[in-house]
Ligand binder design. Structure first.
Ligand code: NDP
Length: 442
């Protein structure tokens, strides 16, 4: 490990996910630093690892029984060399500064890979929306935005959703922003409702994008998704639209999960039932097996990666696929693993998969379709336009093909053919580093 990374750990104590995400990128940059000494001389790696700004704030709110709660809000504005800070908000009890920094750091390179003008940022709160009424979620979102609003702006910082933040939460936050500022500024949040500035295909974009990226990786190997057995983890926004697109391309999707356990459906996931339980009723995945009948089994706890598959698409959360799970997948003959979630595979898992020759799509490339479509939403907002679903999806597909090609070609150019981790890290880093070089000592 470099002395710089030792120093990074010392200066950012108690943030293991941030240490992991930075190390994973730094480990792959040696070829570009050797080929381009001006980047090392300008200390661009060191500068990129330091956020431009970190905001932490108190979020007081009252539950339905009148009890007062105090949560913590975060927004890490990591890098704006390429455009306004862009990245989601996560509401989950595990959220802390280190998690937000890991996500914001990843976001810099992901956003660069899209080829669009968006910088990297991330935010959220340790608020847990599970089991809370709509009124409680609204009061929390209003309190959260009461502080966050002063940091946002269509040319400054534009959040979106992430774990625990979907259309409902974005709506409550947008409403509060309007009340406070008395301005109808569509461009301050993405993932909005279709009637008030949202983009078609934004809800679907991350999951669809990951499946399109996977299809591109398989195409390189002379295969496609038709007839493949696919396992998916999670049952939130990313998982649901991953399943939808994989099924549309002819795959048989066997699994999905939540933090309680996973289901296996031998006949293939019934997406209408899954959407009803998760999107409408906000229920648990165990209910799927109860209502689906004999083809489906619920496995409480356990690892969804025990189910043999040709293609595995982790779409829940960080570090959900470890070294043992990767070895199990390899033994079962997995051909491709692509990260719908952010950093779902541990470093050991990534090593196991790469050494076994499995096509591995890193999240910063494979799940970039969500933020790319957010940038398309921003483009529609600034032009006061509303594109059709077909146009938005068509642009998404083109962007995902472009990201795949960029990663593939960059990996070849730097002597690591077929290694999408190297390709994504170097291509994303070079675009940001070049912009920073041209903008002076920033
Ligand atoms: P959602 O909140 O819609 O869904 C999250 C899913 O993951 C739920 O099924 C949840 O289960 C499960 N989950 C969350 N935490 C854990 C945990 N600790 N252990 C097991 N399961 C867990 O979030 P999204 O679908 O939006 O996000 C999923 C992942 O994709 C995240 O890593 C996110 O950063 C990433 N991502 C999302 C994008 C987007 O556009 N939404 C864009 C790019 C990446 P439960 O309900 O039981 O908690």
């Amino acid at each position: 490990m470099s002395s710089f990374h030792h120093e990074l750990i010392r200066r950012n104590p108690g943030e293991p996910e941030f240490h992991q995400a930075t190390l994973e990128v730094l480990e792959t940059l040696a070829p570009v630093l050797a080929a381009r000494p001006e980047i090392a001389a300008a200390k661009l790696v060191e500068r990129i690892c330091e956020p431009e700004r970190q905001i932490m704030f108190r979020v007081p709110w009252q539950d339905d029984a009148g009890e007062i709660h105090i949560n913590r809000g975060f927004r890490v504005e990591f890098n704006s060399a390429l455009g306004p800070y862009k990245g989601g908000l996560r509401f989950h009890p595990s959220v802390n500064l280190g998690i937000v920094k890991f996500l914001g750091f990843e976001q810099i390179f992901k956003n660069a890979l899209t080829g669009l003008n968006i910088g990297g940022g991330k935010g959220g709160s340790d608020f847990d929306p599970h089991g809370r009424s709509d009124a409680e979620v609204m009061r929390f979102c209003q309190s959260f935005m009461t502080e966050l609003h002063r940091h946002l702006g269509e040319h400054t910082d534009v959040p979106a959703g992430d774990i625990g933040v979907g259309g409902r939460e974005i709506g409550f936050m947008f409403g509060q922003y309007r009340r406070i500022t008395n301005r109808w500024e569509a461009g301050i949040l993405t993932g909005k409702g279709l009637q008030w500035g949202g983009s078609h295909a934004r809800t679907e974009a991350t999951g669809y994008g990951n499946v399109l990226f996977t299809a591109e990786m398989l195409k390189q190997r002379g295969e496609d998704l038709d007839g493949q057995q696919v396992t998916v983890s999670g049952s939130g926004n990313v998982a649901i639209y991953t399943i939808e697109k994989a099924q549309a391309l002819g795959a048989n999707v066997l699994t999905c999960s939540d933090s309680g356990g996973y289901i296996v459906d031998e006949k293939g996931i019934d997406l209408a039932l899954l959407k009803e339980i998760k999107e409408v009723e906000r229920g648990r995945i165990s209910e799927y097996a109860e209502r689906r009948g004999a083809s489906a089994t619920y496995v409480p706890g356990g690892s969804v990666w025990d189910v043999p598959a040709d293609v595995a698409l982790p779409s829940a959360t960080q570090n959900e696929l470890d070294g043992d799970a990767a070895r199990t997948l390899v033994r079962a003959g997995v051909k491709a693993v692509s990260e719908g979630a952010n950093m779902p595979a541990t470093p050991e898992a990534v090593t196991v998969l790469r050494e076994a020759g499995v096509a591995f799509g890193p999240g910063k490339a494979a799940n970039a379709g969500g933020v790319a479509t957010s940038a398309l939403e921003m483009r529609q907002n600034s032009g006061r336009e509303s594109w059709t679903f077909e146009r938005a999806e068509g642009e998404l597909a083109e962007i995902m093909r472009g990201i795949h090609a960029t990663c593939f070609e960059t990996a070849e150019r730097y002597g690591a053919p077929g290694d999408y981790v190297v390709g994504a890290n170097i291509a994303g880093f070079e675009r940001v580093a070049d912009a920073m070089l041209e903008q002076g000592l920033i």
